[in-house]
Design a protein around this ligand. Structure first.
Ligand SMILES: N[C@@H](CCC(=O)N[C@@H](CS)C(=O)NCC(=O)O)C(=O)O
Length: 205
């Protein structure tokens, strides 16, 4: 059985959702942020030196990085490949991997910069224009990829949607979605899935 180390308020809620969609049997261990710094605390650092969530354990395997966890969990549990493409079609498999990597590898950084400048209460002459234009670039790219489809790879929900929905939801929390109606409805569509609702019930107070 998988153990998920889940730090409250953050991306590991989307890993709970992944485990729910995959129908995996899992044990949820919940950790709280330091209320002043909003950083993780000694309890999760005792599990993994980075002290960052999500972390999963499956037997002797310990895995961090939400995208890598998505690939692993679906490879193991989605045996009928309803949520991830087979390597037999190398092009669609590569595209799936690209979208799984994209959310953390490209979209998250400007959102983090935006979050930190908003938290500081003052715009920064270099960081603010950079994060604003990068968010615009990436959200425009995600909207074009969605087109008239319901999900990021087309009409069907896939493993690439966990990370994309996370970076879209972060923009929503930062007030960045007003110009992106497609992203708003995409996020609502993802979050109204039964598995997401179960994740919220289990992992959010
Ligand atoms: N790229 C990593 C990022 C992990 C990460 O930064 N997680 C945040 C939670 S959203 C965290 O644990 N932050 C606590 C801290 O850094 O103190 C992933 O995709 O899993």
């Amino acid at each position: 059985m998988i153990t998920l180390h889940h730090l409250r308020i953050g991306r590991s809620l989307f890993t709970v959702w992944l485990l729910e969609e995959a129908g995996a049997d899992y044990d949820l261990k919940v950790y709280l942020r330091d209320p002043e710094t909003m950083r993780s605390q000694a309890d999760i650092k005792a599990i993994h030196p980075l002290g960052k969530s999500p972390i999963i354990e499956d037997g002797d395997l310990m895995l961090t990085e939400s995208g890598a966890i998505t690939l692993y969990v679906l490879e193991k549990y989605d045996t009928e490949r309803k949520l991830h493409p087979s390597r037999d079609n190398l092009a669609s498999w590569a595209s799936y991997n690209q979208w799984v990597a994209y959310s953390e590898g490209s979209v998250f950084a400007p959102l983090l910069l935006k979050m930190l400048t908003l938290r500081s209460g003052v715009d920064h002459p270099v960081i603010t224009p950079f994060s604003d234009s990068e968010i615009k670039l990436h959200y425009g790219h995600i909207e074009r990829q969605l087109g008239d489809n319901d999900y990021i790879l087309g009409k069907d929900f896939s493993g690439a949607d966990f990370g994309i929905c996370y970076v879209v939801s972060m923009g929503e929390r930062l007030g960045q979605l007003t110009d992106y109606p497609k992203l708003q409805s995409y996020m609502q569509r993802c979050m109204s899935r039964a598995a997401f609702q179960r994740a919220v019930e289990k992992a959010v107070e």
